[in-house]
Design a binder for this molecule. Structure first.
Ligand SMILES: [Zn+2]
Length: 221
């Protein structure tokens, strides 16, 4: 079942080590099937190199395994908590990527100083309160801090990004880490002025209208 989604979620999990966002078997990607509400997620404790679409685990929103031979990711409960509270989310990516997580370690948000990430998020990257690892406390901290947005740092933990698909959530995690690294480097040379929200809003709309092959407005047409 859900063969296409298993392939997508598996491929996106492979993107995490390929882009330097994880070490060992840490980090995970899931995707929710819009039609059935079922969630496909990485199995627990399996090295990324060993992941195939067949090893992906299918669970329902209550965490019951619907298909798969292996135990789902230890973070499955957190993913499901977010899916239950955000009908608009169809993909979640979790990493401990170092530059973004260094802001989480300090309990600091990533300020909105770079258009490549504000184009995507339309705002800064908020940092949650400290949350005990596990489904309810971390899940609630993500929902509260995200406030309807697509990326959040969990204090003293790492990064959770959300999207309209597993691919989108993973793409946001990659751009977020790049932005965190550049912002960190810039901050070592002194304070940075944040972009005004009015300009962020303008860039966010422009990006949505023009980016890629499916932008709502075609350039030069
Ligand atoms: Zn984690």
């Amino acid at each position: 079942m859900l063969e296409a989604l298993k392939e997508e979620v598996c491929a996106q999990n492979h993107e995490l080590p390929a882009n330097g966002l994880v070490v060992g078997s840490g980090g995970n990607v899931s995707g929710r099937d819009a039609a059935t509400g079922l969630v496909v997620i990485k199995p627990s404790g399996v090295k990324f190199a060993k992941l195939t679409p067949e090893t992906m685990v299918v669970v329902d929103l209550d965490g019951n395994v619907v298909e798969g031979k292996m135990k789902p990711s230890v973070d499955t409960g957190i993913h499901l908590f977010v899916y239950r509270h955000r009908a608009d989310v169809l993909g979640i990516t979790h990493t401990h990527s170092p530059y973004a997580s260094s802001f989480a370690a300090r309990g600091e948000r990533i300020p909105a100083v770079l258009t490549p990430i504000t184009h995507i998020l339309g705002r800064d990257v908020p940092c949650s309160r400290y949350a005990t690892p596990g489904e309810v406390d971390t899940g609630q901290a993500i929902i509260d801090a995200a406030d309807g947005g697509w990326a959040v740092l969990v204090k003293a933990h790492g990064v959770f990004t959300m999207g309209k698909s597993a691919s989108e959530a993973t793409s946001i995690a990659m751009y977020l880490e790049e932005a965190a690294m550049t912002t960190h480097l810039a901050l070592t040379r002194g304070p940075i002025k944040e972009l005004p929200q009015e300009e962020i809003d303008r860039c966010y709309s422009w990006f949505r209208e023009n980016y890629g092959q499916t932008g709502q407005k075609k350039i030069n047409s």
